[in-house]
Design a protein around this ligand. Structure first.
Ligand code: VGL
Ligand code: ZN
Length: 225
């Protein structure tokens, strides 16, 4: 693989708030993937990126910002500050990954000294952003993170995605990478889902594969580099 072009590792949202036991939006087994990810960080990727969900205190995705709404329910929310009329069905969450709180920090188990760059997302209070490139599936094209340019300027051709959560930010990030033309791999053993049921995990896998993402295990020869 590596002989065909430079590869980047993108570690999605491995933050305190997404990990048990105390995370505000803990993903089952979230902390358990850190050792596998640390091993990936020892491989010769040309660029090693960690992303962070990085919300203002009053972010639109928090159920607390909507009268009488409960976390884990859907709501029509304004997603585009440029088009206040444009609304989208999006899930409401417990408050999580608030900027400058311990919850938004990368977990201490992650070998952050081996990470080249941290990319923050979700800073715009009016925009939900699952993808590390920008809002879900870059729609609307606001609050873009600049990740695309960073990868291109570094000459990256292959993108390997791991982290949390399989069914939200990993999925959105991997699909965007594939649609941007990068050969994209989702490392399923180094991810965990908010929906941890076998059906849920499989449905997400199918959706990613439909968009050209290659779902692979940690033993895959694609990682011989
Ligand atoms: C995420 C829900 C809300 C994620 C972020 O990182 O997958 N999920 N914000
Ligand atoms: Zn979030």
């Amino acid at each position: 693989m590596a002989s065909h072009g430079k590869a980047a590792l993108v570690i999605v949202d491995l933050q305190n708030d997404f990990c048990p036991p105390n995370g505000a939006l803990a993903v089952e087994g979230g902390r358990d993937i850190a050792p596998a990810i640390n091993k990936l960080l020892d491989l010769p990727f040309a660029l090693k990126i960690a992303t962070r969900d990085f919300h203002p205190r009053d972010h639109i995705s928090f159920a607390s910002q909507h009268a009488e709404k409960q976390p884990f329910t859907s709501s029509h929310t304004i997603t585009s500050p440029k088009n206040p009329q444009e609304t989208q069905e999006t899930t409401l969450w417990p408050d999580h990954c608030v900027q400058d709180t311990p919850g938004c920090q990368l977990i201490p188990e992650l070998a952050t000294s081996k990470v080249d760059l941290v990319v923050d997302k979700g800073q715009d209070k009016c925009v939900e952003s699952y993808s590390a490139f920008g809002p879900p599936f870059r729609n609307p094209r606001v609050a873009m993170s600049g990740l695309e340019d960073t990868l291109r300027k570094a000459g990256i051709k292959h993108v390997f995605v791991c982290g949390l959560a399989w069914d939200f930010c990993v999925k959105a990030t991997a699909i965007d990478a594939a649609e941007e033309g990068f050969t994209t791999y989702a490392l399923n053993d180094a991810c965990r889902g908010i929906d941890s049921s076998a059906e849920g995990l499989a449905a997400t896998r199918k959706e990613m594969e439909k968009h050209g993402v290659r779902v692979i295990g940690l033993e895959s020869e694609e990682l011989d580099m």
